[in-house]
Design a protein around this ligand. Structure first.
Ligand code: SAM
Length: 250
């Protein structure tokens, strides 16, 4: 089931086709922002994929899981000034919290919450919301996405750090038709253009951590997808442990 009123087509071809027209507005929204050195998180290029995907869906609310020092939250607040941004962070580290809170204080469209997004987000989810998950990661993120998408409410769930070859990505590639990734070559042309606009080498080989976009609705019944995720995660954990075993001496 799809959320009502959000009819923009969601696939990599449609997002790439729209991205060129959105680039100038995105650059204006993020003007002057830079990632804090020494802290990994969603960069401007990653956020442009989120923007190009989500802006045409016009969500009234965006839920964010995993804020740390608020770099991505700040970009959301500036890129989606008409939307309410609900950002949840598990870690109450006082330094990170103080930095995020100071950064976001001027933005009245942002709610900063503390706790486990797996408990908080299902209760905050409204029809038509977009969701950004940057923690938890991998299969845990996928389980959270599945739980939210099952309600039929989100217009899309985007998960950060879905690198090629990772077990969770392989799972999505196999079992989630309709999902698409920001590292698709169709989108690369826009990242080159963005690099130019933000003063980076347009052909920079510096890798951008990819997003996966899961459009609203589920591609298979919830219980089947959940069982498959639980099984695939268990297998990937077992394989990881076996690979780390010291070689037995003869
Ligand atoms: C990579 S950091 C987020 C960086 C931030 N999105 C940015 O781009 O600046 C991931 C964060 O997710 C948080 N996290 C992990 N599991 C979480 C959960 N279940 N609920 C809320 N936050 C979680 C971690 O504490 C960590 O601060």
């Amino acid at each position: 089931m799809r959320a009502p009123g959000h009819e923009a087509t969601l696939n990599i071809a449609a997002v790439s086709a729209r991205a060129g027209q959105l680039l100038s507005d995105f650059c204006s929204a993020i003007a002057g922002l830079r990632r804090e050195p020494g802290f990994r998180g969603i960069g401007r290029r990653g956020m442009f994929f989120f923007y190009a995907t989500v802006w045409p869906l016009a969500p009234r609310q965006i839920l964010e899981s995993g804020r740390m020092r608020g770099g991505s939250t700040l970009m959301l607040a500036r890129c989606f000034p008409q939307a309410r941004i609900v950002s949840v962070e598990l870690d109450r580290d006082p330094t990170h919290a103080a930095i995020a809170e100071a950064k976001l204080k001027p933005y009245t469209n942002v709610d900063l919450l503390y706790g486990d997004s797996r408990e908080i987000l299902p209760a905050r989810l409204q029809a038509g919301d977009a969701v950004l998950i940057d923690g938890p990661k991998e299969f845990r993120a996928l389980k959270l996405a599945l739980r939210l998408l099952r309600t039929g409410k989100p217009c899309a769930v985007l998960i950060h750090d879905f690198h090629p070859g990772q077990p969770a990505r392989k799972f999505v590639e196999q079992f989630w038709p309709g999902a698409f990734f920001s590292d698709n070559p169709a989108f690369a042309v826009h990242l080159r253009e963005l690099n130019l606009r933000i003063g980076r080498d347009p052909n920079s080989k510096h890798a951008v951590a990819p997003f996966v976009c899961l459009p609203g609705g589920l591609p298979a019944p919830y219980s089947i997808l959940l069982l498959r995720i639980v099984w695939a995660r268990a297998v990937s954990i077992a394989v990881g442990k076996i690979k780390r075993l010291p070689r037995l001496r003869r």
